[in-house]
Design a binder for this molecule. Structure first.
Ligand code: GLA
Length: 395
């Protein structure tokens, strides 16, 4: 057992008075490429990172679900049989909406909540919150995997990803796609997950970063963002409107050869939203092909083009993200782009090992020069998806 798992195990035991049945963990994610394509039934290429959320979970005999966060020490509990009514009344709020939302969503996928044993869940995390690295999907995936096992539900990982998405959409209230939970549940070491968000077919794509001498540097701008409000939902609505105007059920069915007609019939803003999604889908396919033909040193231009498309066509970048990307490129990154939903959060840069420190300090100097809040920079490693880390130990 790692130290972090052992510590959580002990804290759970001293807090609840009984040992957990196990500790499960799930990672945050970085999206290598394929942004705002998931809810358009397109392609994405995220990977699981080496920052994880851990959930220590133990069964109770009173039908109550109690969730505790080690971040602020607060607990929330509900009788499982009342969870659906609480959800309908909008009473599941704050951070507890993620773990309780998962329990509720499992009910929607057939778990007989009223008859299942209650659970204590204690959550601990090293995924930075608000950085666009899917700390929310990490909570959802760790809890979903744990409850699936302890309640003997027998749901597959792709279904558990849908459970996490349902919790996020219906309980948290963010109209997000399936990418983050899929990366967290399906990720593998040194690899990305190539996901077709229409069929949900997932392929593990080796990245070979170490062999190529490359590192992924995350630059967290610390500009706060939320997908439950404003811009994200608006972009999603534009995409749906664009697809409808073109007579298609989703932008997945619009190709580059349709763009001339799209330019004629769509207003300028909707056209540019559509063009981003259409070209971004192609960039994902190109990235997967180039990775296997030439390796990661050859994908820099695709990352750059993705950023330009998000900045100019989809308009979800912010000055801090643009500065992070430009500075990283000027100081040795072979490609860089904002990652995640946008309007703040983080950028990623693909950087030769030897130049990581130079990029980090150049970005900090540039931010200071612009009067921006100092960014947080750190490297990430493509890592294993959600897993069980311990079983019950007595004493
Ligand atoms: C957020 C959402 C994802 C996806 C990205 C944009 O991370 O949770 O579903 O839409 O934004 O690619």
């Amino acid at each position: 057992m790692s130290d972090a798992v052992q510590e959580l195990h002990e804290l759970f035991t001293s807090t609840t008075g009984h040992a957990p049945d196990g500790v499960w963990s799930a990672p945050g994610r970085v999206n290598l490429i394929g942004e705002h394509t998931d809810y358009n039934e397109g392609f994405v290429l995220p990977f699981a990172i080496d920052r994880r959320t851990r959930a220590a979970v133990g069964l109770r005999d009173d039908g109550v679900i109690r969730v505790t966060s080690t971040l602020d020490g607060t607990s929330v509990d509900w009788p499982l049989r009342e969870l659906d009514a609480a959800q309908n009344a909008g009473e599941i709020v704050g951070w507890s909406a993620y773990p309780l939302g998962v329990a509720w969503a499992l009910g929607e996928r057939g778990a007989a909540l009223a008859t299942l044993p209650g659970v204590d869940i204690m959550i601990d995390s090293t995924v930075p919150v608000g950085a666009g690295l899917s700390s929310s999907a990490a909570i959802e995936s760790s809890v979903a995997l744990a409850l699936n096992e302890l309640w003997n539900l027998g749901l597959s990982r792709p279904v558990l990803a849908q459970v996490g998405q349902l919790a996020e959409n219906a309980v948290v209230g963010a109209p997000t796609g399936i990418m983050d939970q899929s990366a967290s549940l399906l990720g593998e070491t040194d690899s990305a997950v190539f996901l077709d968000c229409r069929t949900l077919d997932a392929t593990v794509v080796p990245l070979g970063l170490t062999l190529a001498g490359l590192t992924i540097l995350v630059i967290d701008t610390r500009v706060a963002h939320s997908h439950a409000t404003g811009g994200y939902a608006e972009r999603r609505a534009s995409c749906e409107a664009g697809a409808a105007a073109l007579g298609r059920s989703s932008l997945r069915d619009v190709s580059a050869s349709d763009l001339d007609r799209a330019l004629e019939i769509l207003d300028d803003v909707t056209f540019r939203r559509v063009r981003h999604v259409v070209t971004e889908n192609q960039r994902v396919l190109d990235t997967v092909r180039i990775l296997s033909e030439k390796g990661p040193n050859a994908i820099g231009a695709l990352l750059d083009a993705s950023h330009v498309s998000m900045r100019d066509d989809f308009e979800i970048s912010v000055p801090e993200l643009d500065l992070a990307v430009e500075t990283a490129r000027a100081h040795g990154a072979i490609g860089a782009r904002m990652t995640g939903g946008g309007f703040g959060g983080a950028a990623i840069a693909l950087v030769p090992h030897a130049r990581v420190a130079e990029v980090e300090s150049a970005v900090k100097v540039a931010f200071a020069g612009h009067g921006f809040t100092e960014p947080v920079t750190f490297t990430v490693t493509p890592s294993q998806g959600a897993e069980r880390n311990s079983t019950k130990i007595n004493g």
